[in-house]
Every structure is written in structure tokens, then in C-alpha cells.
Design a protein around this ligand. Structure first.
Ligand code: 3PG
Length: 306
């Protein structure tokens, strides 16, 4: 059996070593396709693969058509909006993710970006502290919960919105549940986005919500650029010169925003949230173990397609 690890943005070498160990100990062959520039490279490499491990790499119908032997795709990470689930199901391929494995890394980046933005991007002027500021967590999943834990250390007042999470779960973490998205934005100086990119959430955070933020408001997006209505964001930053937006991955209108709102926006050039050796090891090895469990015993606990 051949397991292909295809990562346009490679894992740390130590994580690749760990993945290799798990795959080879199971008696399988590991093939590595890193930093590939062209989709054709992925299509060629996947042709005889039985299993595929990816990160944010796009796995669409064309990839499934090319992968005649493929039985399982594991997205080593949380969000699986890069995988065409319908095409996978049509080809009889199981799709899994590795929830929680990289969430601390993303949560730590939230605070790296929060401190930077609150200190005016380190431009030498006096900024603000996070202590005693209100933080609203938009979706209380694995990343949101780590954000809440770290926010407590900063002395922030933390609340969260998540219709899929019972109030008691938030309350037991010392987080105040919020039940309307408008209240989340209206009541919090800092809002941190952790919603997945789905048909329902795409473009769902725009002018109306962003301009509800109180004076000096900061929106942090380490989720997906697609959840932002970029034209609405641009209008909000224009209408409210006190607001800031920082994001882990450039929006499509990054050049316009950087020019018009210099000092109030920051974007990582490549998605960096999960780019730590710890997260790479956790997610990569979990993915390798899930591949082996599926191929050997049909275990599909983390399956996300039907
Ligand atoms: C995720 O969904 O797990 C994160 O966005 C990390 O994505 P990455 O593996 O491409 O860094």
C-alpha cells in the first residue's frame, strides 16, 4: 500500500520522520510530495496512492478522478473546506480530519496578532494592553476553547457565541455565553473568528457586524478568508478609522486594504496558524495513525463525508 503525503506547505522535518515511522511500521510505503508548484504534480503522484495525507492542499474532483486506487484522504488539520466531499463520496473514498491536533498553535497565534495590533503594529506609538479588555470568541470549538484558556492568562473578560455548544460548556471554562451574533460584535473590543468556511458562513462577516464593534475594536481572523465579506470589510475600515483587522492569510483585496488602511491591517503571507513543529507532529502523526487504522481495520472515527 502506498501512502502519499502531499503538502504544498511542508510539515517540519521532525513531523515527516514521525509520519514515516508510523506508515513504515505498518508495512506501507511513504511517498512525499512537498512544495509542489503545479497541480499536475499532485495528479501524477496520486495515481497509484492508496491513501493521501494533505494540509490545505486542494483535493477536488480532478484529483479523485486521477486517484484510481485511493481509499482514504486525511486532512492533517481541522478545516476540510479544501476537499470536495461529494466527489470523494462518489468515488467511494473516506475523508477524515484530525480535530484538535493543531488548535493550540492557532490559538497562540491569535494572541501574537492581538498584541501586535493593540500595540499599533509596533510603530513606536503608545498602544493598549489586553488585560481587562473584552474578548468575544466567534465559535467555541477546539481553537476557540484554547483561545479562552490563554485569554484568561491575559486577564481578559471572555464571552463566546456558538449555537452548537451548550452554555454549560462555556460556563465551566469561565466564558460567558452570548446568543446573538450582533451582541458578540457589539459587546467586545476584540473579536476572534473561529467559524469554518461553509456555504452558510461564506461572506457572513461584513460591514454590518464589523461596524458594531466598540471604539478601538479589533477583528482577528485565524479561520478562513472566505468567511469575510471583503468589500464590506473595506467599507467598515473606511467608515470607522478606529477599527483594525488582522488575519492569518491575505484576503483577496489585501493590496487595496494595505494601501488604504496602512497600520490598521496585517496579513500573514502564508497561513501560519498551524505552522509549528508541535502542531505538525500532532496533526501529521494523527493523520498517519488514522490512515493505518482505516486501511488495516476499517476504523473511520473521524470521517467527515457520508
Ligand atoms: C486547519 O484547518 O487545520 C488550519 O487552517 C491549518 O491549515 P494548514 O495545515 O494548511 O496550516
Amino acid at each position: 500500500m502506498k501512502v502519499l503525503v502531499a503538502t504544498e506547505k511542508p510539515f517540519a522535518a521532525v513531523a515527516v520522520d514521525g509520519i514515516r515511522k508510523v506508515i513504515e511500521e505498518a508495512g506501507y510505503e511513504l511517498c512525499l510530495l512537498e512544495k509542489y508548484a503545479a497541480k499536475a504534480d499532485l495528479l501524477a503522484a496520486v495515481a497509484d496512492a492508496d491513501a493521501l495525507i494533505v494540509r490545505s492542499d486542494k483535493v477536488d474532483a480532478e484529483v479523485f478522478d486521477a486517484a484510481k486506487q485511493l481509499k482514504i484522504v486525511v486532512r492533517a488539520g481541522a478545516g476540510y473546506d479544501n476537499v470536495d466531499l461529494a466527489a470523494a463520496t462518489a468515488h467511494g473514498v473516506c475523508v477524515e480530519n484530525t480535530p484538535g491536533q493543531n488548535s493550540n498553535a492557532v490559538a497562540e497565534l491569535v494572541f501574537g496578532m492581538a498584541v501586535m495590533a493593540m500595540r499599533n503594529m509596533f510603530d513606536g506609538t503608545s498602544g493598549s494592553e489586553l488585560k481587562e479588555k473584552s474578548l468575544g470568541i466567534h465559535a467555541f470549538g477546539q481553537v476557540g476553547r484554547n483561545v479562552a484558556r490563554i485569554a484568561k492568562g491575559f486577564g481578559m473578560e471572555v464571552s463566546a457565541l456558538d449555537p452548537f455548544c451548550p452554555d454549560e460548556v462555556m460556563e465551566s471554562a469561565g466564558v460567558a455565553p452570548i446568543h446573538s451574533v450582533e451582541d458578540l460584535y457589539r459587546n467586545n473590543r476584540v473579536v476572534s473568528l473561529h467559524i469554518p468556511a461553509t456555504p452558510e458562513t461564506r461572506g457572513s462577516v461584513g460591514f454590518d457586524l464589523i461596524t458594531l464593534l466598540p471604539k478601538g475594536g479589533l477583528l482577528i481572523n485565524t479561520a478562513r478568508k472566505e468567511v469575510i465579506d471583503e468589500a464590506g470589510l473595506s467599507r467598515a475600515l473606511e467608515a470607522r478609522p478606529d477599527l483594525k483587522y488582522v488575519a492569518d492569510i491575505k484576503p483577496d483585496n489585501a493590496a487595496e486594504l494595505e494601501e488604504r488602511f496602512a497600520g490598521r491591517v496585517f496579513f500573514t503571507p502564508k497561513k501560519m496558524g498551524a505552522q509549528t513543529s508541535e502542531a505538525n507532529i500532532n496533526a501529521g502523526i494523527a493523520a498517519a495513525r488514522q490512515v493505518v487504522a482505516f486501511l488495516k481495520d476499517g476504523v473511520d472515527r473521524f470521517r467527515v463525508n457520508k
